[in-house]
Design a protein around this ligand. Sequence first.
Ligand code: NAD
Ligand code: UGA
Length: 463
Amino acid sequence: MKICCIGAGYVGGPTMAMIAKQCPQISVHVVDLNQSRIDAWNSDELPVYEPGLDEVVREARGRNLTFSTNVDQAIAEADMIFIAVNTPTKHFGIGAGRAANLEFIEKCARQIAKVSKGHKIVVEKSTLPVRTAEAVKRILSSSSNGATFDVLSNPEFLAEGTAIADLLEPDRVLIGGESETAVKALADVYGQWVARDKILTTNLWSSELSKLTANAFLAQRVSSINAISALCEATEADIDEVSKAIGTDSRIGPKFLKASVGFGGSCFQKDILNLVYLCEHFGLREVADYWEQVVIMNDYQKRRFAERICRTMFNTVSDKKIAIWGFAFKKDTNDTRESAAIYVCRDLLRERARLVIYDPKVSKETIVSELLTALGDLSGTVSETDRELVHSNVTVVNNAYDAANQAHAIAVLTEWDEFRELDYDRIYDTMQKPAFVYDGRNILDRQKLTKIGFEIFAIGKSN
Ligand code: NAD
Ligand code: UGA
């Protein structure tokens, strides 16, 4: 059997590497238009940082796992074609700011229709609005070579930072489709290492909608606990104690109740906005408003964090040096898409703070580019003043100590483990006094830091 995957990103790369590792008899070809991304997949510096991924790729690459830009060839040779391209929020025209941009999906479907011969199974791996398979099927049916297709929906539930563990032992694999033979063919691939009772099969539309719904429910939990964190700060209740107290109720459960500076990542916000757009489209105003509140609460949480920094630093951060620890949207990934850090840094820059940023896995180029985009307008235009602001007020360094040196404050924006184990006496000595710490992830030892002399502010804790 031959599999091809269009899109060598955070999903296409790791998922296909796992299939290739677990199924040595299947040949897996991952293709992308982005030459530098493919070059990186073929090198020792993979484009995605993910614990354990290097080993999986090293085992299968060159054996039954190939990365290339030969999209047409890969499609032509494959029996099963996964589409794992990006589906970002549309930022132009109808549905701008809410709907998913399906341009890349449609282009893939057209290319598959053009190049294919014989029969192929096309698998939607990207996260898509419910009923996208209908459009995909129509485009595929326009194939002029007499090719025939079955379309399946097989959304991916891996989380970045734990992708390898999630792929090895998924809570479930979801396959939606109409053709029993096609569903079985895909179930047989996962069945090589996933227990059969964890492979759920549904109709196409339930599968598509379950993916958006799962992300909406997860994000809703984070926004719910973050909403309560604001109340904790006003009442001397402690958010970690509240989380524990409610999470031990087996009906609620302990996961996804960690209060934070706000959720980030390429998917939660995009998928909820997509859900909101779909509800609006079907005239379900109240349902749309209900889900939109999850994103509104998240924006509030990020904004509130930056405002708290300004307020508690005597109402001005102008020309003050603030160490930013962590820029990725969560630990153990180099992904910065929609990271809360971007928006906190943007708000602090607008207050004219000087930022010294450190993240163990994110490059200076990525940080600068994210900040410029955040400061720009909707069309992507960045004013000269804002360019100059980033140029003069942002420094990127390669360790946490250098970032904190001479700083007025430290803001912890990603929960990297290394931040727990630093020499805080040494850090305190090098900082301006009073030495403020803003723990946006509640990972630091408050008692210890307070004893050293820091003034520490954390999420959902009153001072
Ligand atoms: P990504 O941006 O990292 O990767 C997408 C890749 O597709 C890019 O490298 C791009 O160059 C390529 N591409 C786009 N159009 C192409 C075309 N016509 N031909 C060949 N290559 C093309 O995106 P991602 O994070 O991997 O996400 C992909 C999809 O998976 C999205 O729908 C996302 O919502 C979903 N998803 C993502 C995650 C995650 O953790 N990132 C988890 C589950 C689901
Ligand atoms: C999320 C889902 O967990 C995956 O199941 C899904 O496949 C994926 O989105 C997707 O569709 O892209 P991911 O965004 O990679 O995965 O990471 P999460 O662990 O879900 O974290 C998302 C954000 O929420 C992060 O910024 C994280 O710091 C934050 N978060 C998470 C909290 O603030 N508190 C929590 O308790 C949990």
